[in-house]
Design a protein around this ligand. Structure first.
Ligand code: CTP
Length: 240
């Protein structure tokens, strides 16, 4: 850790910094809150419910926005990704922790991109000690987690709000319904059942649904490029 004289940058990071330096700062002045990664809902100290989100899409948005001059706070669930430089990273585990971290920075934010795969449920009982296994069948009682994005939408003000949706076949209508119900400006629709895109991969193939009815089907591209397309629209809504 540390900056300044004496620390040698890895060639890869040097290239990244050069790319950032050369990027036009068209988001200068924007205060952007991004969430990424899965959440973990613990049953006991060593067991949890979660999902396979890698965090890549949200991290790509945070990095692209940083390169374009935005001030970025990244609220991240557990991922294997390194903390991006030039971004304030807030690490959380559960959906309730993520909610606290996000609501705590909401008054600061001018735009929010909710790329996190927030678990919809958490165990009703959490044991402080490791639960020994028993031979008998076990029933798990779950409580619904709060919908963070919906809460943000209810108190939107002048902010730009972006959500994600994961759908299979008939997803377009469901995603549009989500956009309206959560009071968003933009929803990014991911197809769950397509090869080589989505969870864990480097590429994505998404449909962008806008509040004004526009539907933009993007071809398959790197997550970083998807991030830049999302940010082009955030900029449009932000500048009004
Ligand atoms: N989201 C959230 N809080 C939750 C669940 C989801 O903020 N408790 C956000 C996600 O970050 C994402 C969007 O809401 O931006 C996804 O909406 P959701 O209703 O969970 O849609 P799906 O994940 O597609 O699932 P489902 O259709 O089963 O509701």
């Amino acid at each position: 850790e540390g900056e300044g004289w004496g620390r040698m940058l890895e060639p890869e990071e040097l290239l990244e910094r050069l790319q950032a330096f050369l990027t036009p700062k068209d988001l200068k002045g924007l205060k952007l809150l991004v969430s990424a990664g899965p959440t973990r809902e613990y049953l006991d100290p060593v067991r949890y419910l979660s999902n396979p989100s890698s965090g890549r899409m949200g991290y790509a948005v945070a990095e692209a926005a940083r390169d374009r001059g935005a001030e970025v706070v990244l609220v991240s669930g557990p991922t294997a990704l390194p903390a991006p430089w030039g971004v304030e990273v807030v690490r959380v585990e559960s959906a309730l922790e993520m909610r606290e971290a996000i609501l705590g920075r909401y008054s600061w934010a001018q735009a929010v991109v909710m790329a996190a795969a927030v678990a919809d449920y958490r165990p009703a009982e959490v044991s402080r000690e490791k639960e020994p296994k028993v031979a008998a069948e076990k029933v798990l009682r779950l409580l619904p987690n709060p919908d963070i994005l919906k809460e943000l939408g209810e108190n939107k003000g002048p902010r730009v709000l972006v959500g994600f949706a994961m759908e299979t076949g008939e997803g377009l209508a469901r995603a549009k319904e989500k956009l309206l119900r959560k009071n968003l400006d933009l929803i990014v629709l991911n197809w769950v059942n397509r090869e080589g895109v989505g969870f864990g991969s480097l590429e994505n193939e998404v449909v962008l649904l806008l509040r004004d009815g526009r539907v933009l089907e993007l071809p398959r591209m790197k997550k970083r490029q998807v991030a830049d397309r999302i940010l082009d629209l955030v900029k449009e809504f932000w500048k009004g």
